[in-house]
Design a protein around this ligand. Structure first.
Ligand SMILES: *[C@@H]1O[C@H](CO)[C@@H](O)[C@H](O)[C@H]1NC(C)=O
Ligand SMILES: *[C@@H]1O[C@H](CO)[C@@H](O)[C@H](O)[C@H]1NC(C)=O
Ligand SMILES: *[C@@H]1O[C@H](CO)[C@@H](O)[C@H](O)[C@H]1NC(C)=O
Ligand SMILES: *[C@@H]1O[C@H](CO)[C@@H](O)[C@H](O)[C@H]1NC(C)=O
Ligand SMILES: *[C@@H]1O[C@H](CO)[C@@H](O)[C@H](O)[C@H]1NC(C)=O
Length: 374
């Protein structure tokens, strides 16, 4: 048997020496191990620990912050994974990071007094190539971590390419669920897989449907990896705090795979029943499709009337805490890429604006401030 690279640390040392890529920043910094309880992890992380699903990442509340570098392990996407990095709730800026030491650029003018807080947020952007294997975080000498207090409002989004930000330059960081979560100053987790059906069937390269994969740690990309070709149950107790609002927008790929109306209603209804074992009392929002907009103003529709049936059947069973979100007219041809009819960056912002208005009308207001002040 050939020993794995993990068994041969000297090899890594030799290659680091030969390429001159010694992690010099580590010498003078304050190294935070990945087990530090003051790192606030969100989204789905495996035990390495490494991310799956776009949007997964971590948040830090740092006193006396000056510099940041990330030491990543061998399960990180090769040659790199794109992460969005935000300081003090500012714009997420993309950094491409790789196995080894990565110095993250800090915007000018961020320096503050030693007792002041800087909130640092980092998350993977992509629905694929999204594995960040975090070994340690190196801050400047003298920087210390304080607790990051999460928002009281926590969105769990569930979907496909239309929620994952496929085709967007910054991936999920520009997709409507993320944009909405930010607008509400909320925590937000997006479990969305392009090409996946809700039905547990093979669809556009996804080995499983979302009704299976939602309950797993890994996204469906696990199937295409040689270092992690398996999938593990997700321990929902790790979602801290638990979601307060659950939003589902799915069905396009079931339709593309010719799942019938009756089958779709059954799979969706059973999925909500299973979600209720985790989210016992939370409101669940069921999006109707906005359809595939055509240049002539018409829309490609699917499962017309079926989402209403799903919600009605839950109400009939006594679960009144399920709400149909009628997204008809939310997306026009001007909001999508003509080549694939997926929303553009501006299209996603329009959807977030529409859903914010819908939620405010329903009775949910954005938080007035982030729970961890910056
Ligand atoms: C990141 O990887 C992509 C290929 O996926 C490559 O085009 C790009 O140059 C890499 N960037 C960095 C900073 O390594
Ligand atoms: C990051 O890599 C992607 C390709 O994976 C590339 O399109 C993008 O321009 C890179 N961004 C930066 C900031 O290097
Ligand atoms: C992962 O395992 C499945 C069988 O369980 C196999 O079909 C697939 O080719 C494997 N993927 C890789 C990248 O080895
Ligand atoms: C779905 O049905 C259409 C029309 O009958 C057919 O052309 C298409 O190949 C089918 N697709 C799949 C994935 O079965
Ligand atoms: C959704 O809204 C459209 C346009 O306002 C309306 O025609 C349609 O009947 C509504 N659908 C449902 C299920 O309420």
């Amino acid at each position: 048997m050939i020993p794995s690279l993990l068994d041969l640390p000297w090899l890594a040392v030799l290659s680091a020496l030969s390429t001159g890529l010694l992690p010099t920043a580590m010498a003078s910094g304050n190294t935070i191990q990945n087990t530090d309880p003051l790192i606030y992890f969100h989204g789905r992380w495996d035990s390495s620990p490494g991310t799956w699903w776009g949007g997964s990442g971590f948040k830090l509340n740092v006193k006396n912050f000056e510099s940041l570098s990330l030491n990543l392990g061998p399960h990180t996407t090769v040659p790199n994974t794109s992460v969005g990095v935000s300081f003090d709730y500012g714009e997420f800026i993309t950094a491409n990071i790789s196995e080894g030491s990565n110095t993250v650029p800090i915007p000018a003018g961020l320096k503050k007094g030693a007792q002041e807080s800087t909130v640092v947020r980092v998350n993977v952007e992509g629905w694929q190539n999204n594995r960040m294997n975090l070994e340690s975080i190196v801050l400047n000498e003298g920087a210390t971590l304080a607790p990051y207090k999460p928002s009281d409002l926590v969105f769990q989004f569930i979907g496909d390419s239309l929620s994952a930000g496929q085709f967007l330059p910054k991936g999920v960081d520009q997709a409507w669920p993320f944009v909405l979560g930010e607008a509400f100053k909320a925590e937000h987790v997006v479990i969305a897989q392009p090409g996946a059906a809700l039905s547990d069937i093979v669809s556009f390269g996804n080995e499983h449907g979302v009704s299976f994969q939602f309950f797993r740690t890994e996204d469906t990309g696990y199937f295409y990896t040689t270092d992690h070709n398996f999938t593990t149950p997700w321990n929902f107790a790790r979602d801290k705090p638990a979601a307060t609002h659950v939003v589902i927008h799915i069905g396009a790929n079931d339709a593309a795979q010719n799942v019938t109306d009756a089958q779709f209603v059954e799979v969706y209804t059973n999925f909500i029943t299973r979600l209720r074992t985790i989210y016992e009392h939370q409101p669940i929002f069921v999006f109707t499709p906005w359809g595939w907009p055509n240049p002539d103003g018409t829309f490609g529709q699917y499962f017309e009337g079926q989402y209403q049936k799903i919600v009605d059947s839950k109400h009939a069973d006594g679960d009144e805490n399920i709400f149909l979100v009628n997204t008809t007219g939310w997306v026009t041809f001007a909001d999508v890429f003509p080549a694939n009819q997926h929303p553009t960056v501006l299209g996603h912002q329009h959807i977030a604006t529409k859903f914010q208005a819908w939620l405010e009308n329903w009775g949910l207001k954005p938080e007035s401030r982030w729970a961890t002040p910056a």
